[in-house]
Design a protein. Structure first.
Length: 204
């Protein structure tokens, strides 16, 4: 740590490597951080934090760092940000979901001009119809006067292929929301900083 502090004093933060900055903030061994970043990448480090053999306090500090990064990334997407294409939706949800270790299902509620009203977390864990409460989804849409939605969830395993439960859930929600004149503009799946779009694949 002494060497890192000397480099910080000489070159400033811009002269430090990612693992050195994280070591200063969290207290985790810099060589362990470098090893894991080389193996998994900086974006994936938070997902394997439990195997770093760090203390509870160090783990919490690492979580705080990644929470801050997430908030900074998402701060560029203000309310009323337009999501009028699959590419924009994909880029938005890559930033929103890339640090999650477990599966998370979200939906962006849009107005008549496809601007974001709000983004809600619908479920966490294994995503299928048994854990998605349709009534709560409908209530959230009506409470926010949304005219359309974009659904999104991540695949922590890295596959971009929609599963059969993904497809069936989307169809079920689509049928329900048609009765309310609310469109599902897209359903995007996020994995390894990439996305796939139901709309682009003709699955909507």
């Amino acid at each position: 740590m002494k060497m890192i502090n000397e480099r910080l004093a000489s070159y400033g933060v811009g002269g430090l490597e990612t693992e050195e900055i994280l070591a200063i903030i969290t207290g985790i061994d810099v060589f362990k951080l470098k090893e894991y970043i080389n193996d998994y990448g900086a974006n994936e480090l938070i997902k394997v934090k439990d195997s770093l053999e760090n203390t509870t306090k160090q783990k919490k500090k690492l979580e705080l760092v990644y929470s801050l990064i997430h908030k900074v990334n998402m701060s560029g997407y203000k309310t009323k940000h337009v999501l009028n294409s699959s590419q924009k939706a994909g880029e938005f949800f890559i930033n929103d979901l890339k640090f999650f270790k477990d599966e998370v299902f979200k939906m962006a509620l849009l107005d008549t001009q496809q601007r974001i009203i709000t983004v809600k977390t619908v479920a966490e864990g294994s995503i299928d119809q048994s854990v998605i409460h349709i009534r709560n989804v409908v209530k959230t849409i009506l409470d926010n006067n949304a005219k359309s939605i974009i659904m999104a969830h991540n695949h922590p395993g890295g596959s971009l292929n929609p599963s059969e439960p993904d497809i069936q859930l989307t169809k079920h929600l689509q049928t329900t929301l048609k009765l309310l004149n609310v469109n599902i503009n897209d359903h995007v799946i996020i994995a390894d900083n990439r996305y796939t779009s139901f709309a682009e694949q003709g699955l909507l």
